[in-house]
Design a binder for this molecule. Sequence first.
Ligand SMILES: Cc1cc2nc3c(=O)[nH]c(=O)nc-3n(C[C@H](O)[C@H](O)[C@H](O)COP(=O)(O)OP(=O)(O)OC[C@H]3O[C@@H](n4cnc5c(N)ncnc54)[C@H](O)[C@@H]3O)c2cc1C
Length: 379
Amino acid sequence: MISFWEKTSFTAYDYIIVGSGITGLSTAISLKEANPLAKIAILERGILPSGASTKNAGFACYGSAEEILSDIELVGEERALELVSLRKKGLDLLRHRLGDEAIGYEEWGGGELIDAHDPITLEQIAGLNKKLFDIFGKEVFTPNISQGVANGFDLTNYSYYVQNNIEGQIDSGKMMYHLIQLAMAKGVMIYTGSEVKEIQTNADGVSIEVWSEALNSTYTFTSRKATVCTNAFIKKLYPQFDVKPGRGQVLITEPIADLKFKGIFHFDQGYYYFRNVGNRILFGGGRNIDFEGETTDAFELNDKIQQRLEHYLQKVIIPNTLYKIEQRWAGIMAFGQEKWPILHQVNEHIVVAGRLNGMGIAIGSEIGRQAAEMLNDLG
Ligand SMILES: Cc1cc2nc3c(=O)[nH]c(=O)nc-3n(C[C@H](O)[C@H](O)[C@H](O)COP(=O)(O)OP(=O)(O)OC[C@H]3O[C@@H](n4cnc5c(N)ncnc54)[C@H](O)[C@@H]3O)c2cc1C
């Protein structure tokens, strides 16, 4: 049951954003930057953001050599390099907006273990460096096996190691905490525990049905315009979009004495990724060993994948080193036929922005900016 006061002060907005991940928060902040007086609310189903933004690996990355070469093969050079530029734009905006300290940004570079069975050639790497020079103004990838050995990796099954000279890492918890604080400081209301069940369009704007588990009842919010930033969960509101959930599994170790590497690393075409978090190791991936099982939005662990992660941890990443796992978790990404985010105007009041693949930390701020621009263009 809603009161007169609640109805008159809390439920009507200029803009409502569904989903408080990096994309939803960035959309709200960009809208406030363009319209400081606009009344804006974000509706989030979880107590915390409950998708991918607080559960990821925190790679501030533009793509590994294998990933970019595979993108070029799939979609052509122009589109693949456009995606690299989008990642750079998004990261530049995130760093500028919050500052490196607030997001725990460290630019230690990283590397890639190239599989002996499916090697990319040194000529391909040299060609890729030339293509990326216009974007980064320096050599991005340097084949450097001795660096891989110095990092302590067992490279027996790998043909070589490619050092990445530009990539960084962030603390995803700090980043999201400060993004929420910035949105709130600009006057954005964030309602958690608010699952949007239905959005209807009318002559004046939209009417949004929100389910409150705590009160076992529904609230109706209204706004002139709305953006749906629910990423892997878009289909629950708009079944017409090509979005499939993809679960990502992660583990983190307890601190390891004398950890030999700092930075972000990939192998098996990016299906496995690891980094240091201080002197812990965060290691994730392995969706490719059970694509079907991992096409889910259930936040559960898959034993087979967790065992495979531990296998690689012991055999390749820190061979002959004692370690303990401190925590394991899963997050949900969004994929589709095309490796490009959805930014789509549903009608004159609603924009959908999502499907950020495994690169939302990189592109989320820019996609939010573009979603806000699209909403503003709607008048
Ligand atoms: C394990 C893992 C590792 C990753 N590593 C990296 C990485 O290193 N670098 C990188 O760039 N990217 C990485 N990603 C991908 C990145 O985290 C995502 O692309 C990005 O967080 C997507 O942001 P988003 O805001 O679009 O979606 P989300 O963060 O998923 O936010 C969507 C929000 O919508 C809410 N929601 C859903 N339905 C409703 C509803 N009906 N009503 C109200 N709220 C709703 C959800 O609770 C959620 O909070 C990783 C992802 C995972 C899972």
